[in-house]
Design a binder for this molecule. Structure first.
Ligand code: M6R
Length: 370
C-alpha cells in the first residue's frame, strides 16, 4: 500500500507535485479561461458575492489563510478566515451575498460541518473544498470543488494542503474572471505559473532531502522551535510549526515575523532554533528585506537560523546557519514550494525520535466529534 515508502507520510509528501497538477487538471479550457461549471453555481450568483468567509480547522485553515492573500488581491473583496469551532459559537455576519468556503481534506470534520450548517441556516451559500468524494461536508454544501490529491492516510496533512491552496486559487481566479477584476492575460499567466509548480516542487524534493536530513540530525535534541514568516509566508510558518509539534512532539510556535518585537523575541536565547520563510528578493521586494532583518535580530541573540529561501538569494546565504533552497516563483505561489522542506523536516525529526509518523499519539485522521 505504501508503494515502497516506509510511511504514508513520506509517500504523500512525494505526491505533492501530483496533488497540484491533478487539482489543476480540467479546470481551464484551451484558451486558458477558468471553467468551473462543475460547481453548478450560476455566474450571476458568483458576480454578486461581496465577501468570503473560509471555515476550516488545522492545516485546512492555513490553506485558507494563504488563499486570503491571493483572493483579496485578485478579487478585491474581503476574505475572512475563521477556525470553524470559533465561527460557530459567535454571531458571525452572514448574508446571501456571503460565500462561505468550507475547506476539509476528510469532509467529515464535525467542527467544520457544524459551521457550514450554521452558515446555510443564516442564508449564505456554502462551497466545499474537499478531498474525499461523497463525504458529509460536500454533501451538505451548496457546491463542491474537489481537490484531487488522492487519498491521504497519514494523520499529518501534507499533499492535501497544497491541493487546497490550488483549489482556493482556482476559485479566486474564477471570481476574478466573472467579476472582471483581473485582465484575462493576467489570469492566463497565473494559470501557466501554477502549471509550472509541480516541477518546482519536485526539484525541492530531489535536491533538498540531504540537507534537510542533516539538519534534522543536528537538531535532534532541540526542545522547541520558533517559525516565522510574513505575508503568505506567515501561514506557511504556522503549518511548519503544526507539522513538527504534531508528529515529533516538539514544542513549536509559528508567528508573523512582524510580531517578533512585540513579544516572541523574548524567547530567543543562544542556540534556540528559528525557522524563517524568506520571500523572494527579486523586484526590490520590501517584504524580503523586512524578513531578513528579522533573521538578523534573532541571530544577534544567538538563535540557530534555518531558512527557506529562493535560489540565488545572497542575503539568505549570509545570515542563515542552514538554507533550504526552493526555485524562483511568483510570491503568491511560493507557499506551494516553501512548505515542502518543512514537511520533510518534520518527517525526519519524528523518524529520528523513532516515532510512528503516520499515527501520532492522541490524534485521529478525521476529527468527527465537536
Ligand atoms: O479533514 P480536515 O481537513 O477537515 O481536517 C482538519 C484538521 O483536523 C487537520 O488539518 C489537522 O490539523 C491535521 N492533522 C494537520 O496535519
Amino acid at each position: 500500500e505504501k508503494g515502497g515508502w516506509d510511511s504514508f507520510m513520506d509517500k504523500e509528501i512525494h505526491e505533492d507535485p501530483a496533488a497540484v497538477s491533478n487539482t489543476l487538471l480540467g479546470r481551464y479550457d484551451e484558451s486558458g479561461d477558468l471553467d468551473l461549471d462543475e460547481v453548478h453555481i450560476d455566474e450571476d450568483v458568483f458576480r454578486q458575492i461581496d465577501k468570503i468567509i473560509v471555515v476550516a480547522c488545522g492545516t485546512a485553515s492555513y490553506a485558507g489563510l494563504v488563499a486570503k492573500y491571493a483572493i483579496e488581491h485578485w478579487v478585491r473583496i474581503p476574505v475572512e478566515v475563521e477556525l470553524a469551532h470559533e465561527f460557530r459559537y459567535r454571531d458571525p455576519i452572514l448574508t446571501p451575498r456571503t460565500l462561505v468556503v468550507a475547506i476539509s481534506q476528510s469532509g467529515e470534520t464535525m467542527d467544520t460541518l457544524m459551521a457550514l450548517r450554521h452558515a446555510r441556516e443564516q442564508g449564505s451559500r456554502v462551497l466545499a473544498i474537499c478531498n474525499t468524494q461523497g463525504s458529509t461536508i460536500p454533501r451538505e454544501s451548496d457546491a463542491v470543488l474537489y481537490t484531487h490529491a488522492g487519498p491521504e492516510v497519514a494523520v499529518a496533512s501534507t499533499k492535501a494542503f497544497l491541493a487546497q491552496i490550488v483549489a482556493a486559487y482556482l476559485l479566486g481566479l474564477y471570481l476574478a474572471q466573472v467579476k472582471g477584476t483581473m485582465y484575462r492575460d493576467e489570469i492566463h499567466q497565473t494559470i501557466d505559473n501554477l502549471k509550472d509548480m509541480p516541477a518546482k516542487i519536485q526539484k525541492v524534493l530531489d535536491r533538498q532531502a540531504d540537507v534537510i536530513n542533516q539538519t534534522a540530525q543536528r537538531m535532534s535534541k532541540a526542545r522547541s522551535f520558533l517559525f516565522l514568516g510574513r505575508h503568505v509566508g506567515y501561514p506557511v510558518a504556522l503549518e511548519g510549526a503544526l507539522k513538527l509539534k504534531e508528529i515529533a512532539y516538539i514544542f513549536t510556535e509559528g508567528f508573523a515575523a512582524g510580531e517578533l518585537k512585540h513579544g516572541p523575541i523574548a524567547l530567543v536565547e543562544p542556540g534556540e532554533p528559528v525557522v524563517v520563510i524568506v520571500p523572494s528578493a527579486r523586484g526590490r521586494n520590501v517584504l524580503h528585506d523586512k524578513v531578513i532583518s528579522a533573521i538578523e535580530e534573532v541571530k544577534a541573540r544567538g538563535a540557530f537560523t534555518i531558512v527557506v529561501a529562493e535560489e540565488g538569494d545572497p542575503d539568505a546565504d549570509r545570515y542563515a546557519d542552514v538554507v533550504f533552497w526552493r526555485p524562483p516563483c511568483p510570491t503568491l505561489l511560493s507557499p506551494l514550494v516553501d512548505v515542502v522542506p518543512l514537511q520533510l523536516f518534520a518527517l525526519d525529526m519524528a523518524r529520528l525520535k523513532g516515532l510512528d509518523v503516520d499515527k501520532p499519539r492522541n490524534l485521529a485522521k478525521s476529527v468527527t466529534v465537536e
